[in-house]
Design a protein around this ligand. Sequence first.
Ligand SMILES: *Cc1c(COP(=O)(O)O)cnc(C)c1O
Length: 221
Amino acid sequence: MVDVAGNLRLVLGEIEKRAREPVTLVAVTKNHGVEAMRLAIDGGVKNIGENRIQEAAEKFAGLNREVTRHLIGHLQTNKAKQAVRLFDLIHSVDSEHVAAAIDKAAESVGKVQDVLIQVNLAKEDSKSGVYEENLQGIIEKIDALQNLRLCGLMLIAPNFPDVENCRPLFRRMNQIFRAIQSQRENFDFLSMGMTHDYKIAVEEGANVVRVGTAIFGERIY
Ligand SMILES: *Cc1c(COP(=O)(O)O)cnc(C)c1O
């Protein structure tokens, strides 16, 4: 059996050692059952991350716990309405098209949806996300939408064999984030760092980390 409460303490300790400001831990329960969600919440977790709408909907329906819900995976626009009903914060706005779909869905359910822009800083073909040079443009588009509130940026770093190679990307992302933050209201969240790289991400300024495996063990697909 995986010791979720023990793993949580370890991860929170590692964050604590490195953090220069409060860091929100998003416990990523994708591909684990609703029981994993309950164990995490009962162990003190306040934020849960899921990457697929259908899976999240089923688990949240049976959860019976209050928790802040984060969508961390790419959103197909035909699922935008479900997404705005299910999630408090959508980390994965990766195009103007997706932003517009979330705006429309949020309007239809009478909600202002908090979102982050996912940035593809390393320009990996395998990942979605906005290139650095297109950030200003998408920010202006989002600002023109009435039902979105832009709250920060999200990064998924490349899976380098030597995790230290993530550090310059995290550092650059932090610079970009702080520069935008200095000119805006409500731009509070820099979401970066997963199991293999969250320690470095926190050292480099992340204030939201998304950790699954280190808490719940390996996912079996
Ligand atoms: C799965 C996932 C995570 C968590 O990954 P772990 O390596 O299990 O910590 C974080 N962020 C995103 C976007 C993910 O899809």
